[in-house]
Design a binder for this molecule. Sequence first.
Ligand SMILES: *Cc1c(COP(=O)(O)O)cnc(C)c1O
Ligand SMILES: [Zn+2]
Length: 445
Amino acid sequence: MPFVEGLRCRECARPYPAEALHFCEWCFGPLEVVYDYDAIRASVSRERIAAGPPSIWRYADLLPAAAEGAVNLGAGFTPLVRADRLAAELGLGELWIKNDTLNPTGSFKDRVVSVALTKARELGFKIAACASTGNLANSVAAHAAQAGMQSIVFIPSDLEAGKVVTTAVFGGRLIAVEGTYDDVNRLCAELAGEHPSWAFVNVNVRTYYAEGSKTLAFEVAEQLGWQAPDHVVVPVASGSQLTKIAKGFAELHTVGLLDEPPHVRVSGAQAAGCAPVADAFAAGRDAVKPVKPHTIAKSLAIGNPADGPYALDVVRASGGAFGSVTDEEIVEGIRLLARTEGIFAETAGGVTIASLAQLVGKGVIRPDERVVAYVTGNGLKTIEAVTPRCRPTATIAPTLDAFAAAVPTDPAVPDPAGAPTPASSGAWGPQPHARPSHTSEVPQP
Ligand SMILES: *Cc1c(COP(=O)(O)O)cnc(C)c1O
Ligand SMILES: [Zn+2]
């Protein structure tokens, strides 16, 4: 990382050295990594990146840690999928899904953790810690295992089984805390003070962690042939990912990798049961008021988001908006993406897709825009959300008669959308709650 000049306060711009610091001693503002963009511009090229590793580390020149000896399970380099069937259902022209369900531990958190633990190891830390809504726990435990670091991970005690098991399997210490994520986070801020030898990826090394999310912009631009999209839809928990995606597109132009200055409209996606940033946007407020989360989208359930005000600024300045969607809409968003594009997302992905539909309905996202929706986590981790709706079409005895009785229609001529229609929903649709028409799956205007 010859290109890192140091850290700087986002509020008062005071400079700090590139150490395990995350807030300004003067004004308590968050710190940000400062790069020597002139030196990067002289060094990077599209060819150099194309020749790099198939992971986030191909963009190491724009990351705050060295690729050499990185803590790396292979995060990033995930597919950008042209989603024509979903676009047709939503009435969009050019829609792409950034499929980050395919990361090593099944979520985009592998990007930020790979950067955070690489930097933590450079700084001499031997213990990795975090406060997590689930996916971060998986990722920290896995990356720490690969790096030979100890891990101690804190989660709310009501998390999905798929997130508890997939963290515990890596063998670190996993502490379930009776409380919300915001309670867990407060405890971890106190613990970070007591244990300066622990690298809390989202506390004392958060400044570096956050930079990993820029790779979500870098990859999309590279995959679009070094062009920026017109509009992106990004799920919001702490708001860090959203702000860093915007920063990522801007940096590409700063260092000469994008010819034109990008004009990317950035829209955020939240669950209505935990929508402090979307609510502030809707009310035209600058202050993000903390809420107590009640939503199935547990990975996004941060009631007091650290980067909420910055996410709000990015969305407003870029001409985007916020979606705020109910649990019912989240489930329908998961199913809509699955049956149109063959991608099974966790609840956060349902929030993104349902928000996409909502913002198309409001005319915020337009059919003439090139749109990218970020689907950030894998559905296998939150099967509880869809289990009641996703069951066998029929359970039968192993005989031809039983099959014919259970499935009277011809399976060779399924509904073109692959969804239940009024005529066939009895046999091919999800049995208990089949809807009369697939067009009603996500509410349209
Ligand atoms: C953590 C998380 C997010 C949001 O991350 P923030 O940077 O905290 O806003 C989005 N999607 C998934 C699946 C996550 O786990
Ligand atoms: Zn400051």
